[in-house]
Design a protein around this ligand. Structure first.
Ligand SMILES: [Zn+2]
Length: 326
């Protein structure tokens, strides 16, 4: 994909040189009303019905969402060897102050990746600002925090082994750029738009946070912890909605003629690669729907596709549908 303008200064915080330090600031702005058209209303109507009962019988242990963070949750693949960072040709772009003194200022080998991440998150923020404004709502921008290996966040310690994630407590997206190598080499999902999809998905979690959806989900889970779990649980519904919202952003990119041929295929390949069933099959050799947190490959593709084809967040109500296989 190609952006019209470089995102400068953009919505990026570079903490790759940090060895610690407290991440994040306070919370985001006030929670907003349901722009997505009574998103959880449908679900609440069903709370005492069959859906609630179905969810209640599914029990599973949660990992990353324990602190309220939502990520690609690759923790089931922990122990995987970190692939070496491939140097990429990059024009300038020195490390920020506090960077690793072992690296030469002005020769940041990740400069192109930094610029791209900045461009995507800034563009997605611009798009959601417009969408919220159209609905008469205000949107507080998120930022993407780049880090290496581990980072302190408003949701506790974040680890690169869990993949990119969003922390609702500090309203920030966290990304270790080494994930791009895993995405292309281990998951077989290369290409810039695969990466754009990942970032847009995390921004989708921020949109959920801004809409108050994250908070409502947390409350529902507090009332009934088992409601989070399983193939039709709140976690999967939250994740698939973030995929759909990423698709809505991709739709705007298409309308603005930012997409190259094959971009959407790259996103769909990435969505397929990070499906719970795909990951479980490759990591533990069998699929256990009761432990799903993000949805199947098919579901992730289909909800992204729905957002992309419709361009409407109203079509992203994953909470009130009985069947997530759309
Ligand atoms: Zn997610």
């Amino acid at each position: 994909m190609e952006f019209e303008d470089p995102a400068d200064p953009g919505d990026l915080i570079d903490r790759r040189g940090d060895t610690g330090g407290l991440g994040g600031g306070g919370g985001s702005g006030a929670l907003l009303g349901a722009v997505l058209g009574g998103l959880l209303a449908g679900r609440r109507r069903r709370a005492g019905g069959g859906m609630g009962i179905l969810i209640a019988v599914i029990v599973v242990v949660f990992v990353i969402r324990g602190c309220g963070a939502a990520g690609f949750d690759l923790s089931s693949m922990s122990g995987l060897n970190r692939l070496p960072q491939a140097p990429s040709a990059s024009p300038g772009g020195g490390l920020p102050s506090g960077g690793d003194p072992g690296e030469v200022a002005g020769a940041d080998p990740e400069a192109a990746d930094v610029q791209f991440a900045n461009a995507v998150v800034t563009d997605a923020n611009n798009v959601w600002t417009d969408q919220f404004r159209s609905a008469g709502q205000r949107y507080s921008r998120t930022k993407i925090v780049l880090y290496r290996d581990a980072v302190n966040t408003g949701c506790g310690q974040g680890s690169a082994s869990a993949g990119p994630f969003y922390c609702p407590a500090d309203s920030l997206v966290y990304l270790d750029l080494a994930f791009w190598n895993e995405l292309s080499n281990r998951f077989g999902a290369g290409g810039d738009f695969a990466r754009a999809y990942v970032i847009a998905h995390e921004v989708g979690h921020h949109v959920q946070n801004e809409l108050g959806i994250s908070e409502q989900v947390r409350r529902l889970e507090a009332d009934d912890p088992s409601a989070a779990n399983g193939e039709t649980g709140l976690s999967v519904r939250t994740e698939l909605q973030a995929d759909c919202l990423a698709g809505v952003w991709a739709h705007t990119a298409y309308e603005r003629r930012l997409l190259d041929t094959g971009d959407i295929d790259e996103a769909l390949r990435a969505a397929q690669a990070v499906g719970d069933d795909t990951i479980q099959r490759s990591s533990v050799g069998r699929v256990r729907p009761d432990t799903f947190t993000h949805g199947t490959a098919h579901q992730r593709q289909q909800w992204f596709r729905r957002g992309y084809e419709s361009g409407s967040s109203d079509r992203c109500d994953t909470f009130s549908v009985d069947d997530l296989d759309i």
